[in-house]
Design a protein around this ligand. Structure first.
Ligand SMILES: N[C@@H](CCC(=O)N[C@@H](CS)C(=O)NCC(=O)O)C(=O)O
Length: 106
């Protein structure tokens, strides 16, 4: 059976963009579910009860929140076309710069 993948988000969010780029690089088919951040859906509140933010990736019914966590999950779940370097030091550097960007954006 094919994977069911949904991405909850809005256009223009850099965090959602990060998840979309990763899905596209890995060539994963997904449904984009547009949220209204002024009137968050029951699904979003159920899937991300802690932060109530997008993006949320839902893979076969299981929700994953936080864009960097989503990226790492994708690499674990779909091995083809790795996003993060294998080398531990190189990986630490990728995480450093991703966090740097987060700190600047927020
Ligand atoms: N650290 C989060 C940040 C996500 C975030 O800030 N999302 C914003 C949209 S860009 C959001 O959902 N805002 C709605 C709110 O704060 O209620 C991530 O990396 O996914």
């Amino acid at each position: 059976m094919a994977d069911e993948v949904k991405l909850y988000g809005v256009d223009g969010s850099p965090f959602v963009c990060r998840a979309k780029i990763a899905l596209n690089i890995k060539k994963i088919d997904y449904e984009f579910v547009v949220e209204d951040l002024g009137n968050k859906s029951a699904d979003l509140l159920k899937y991300n009860p802690v932060h109530k933010k997008i993006p949320v990736l839902v893979h076969n019914g299981k929700p994953i929140s936080e864009s960097l966590v989503i990226i790492e999950y994708m690499d674990d779940a779909w091995k083809a076309v790795p996003l993060l370097p294998k080398d531990p030091y190189e990986k630490s550097q990728a995480r450093f710069w991703a966090k740097f960007i987060d700190d600047k954006v927020t």
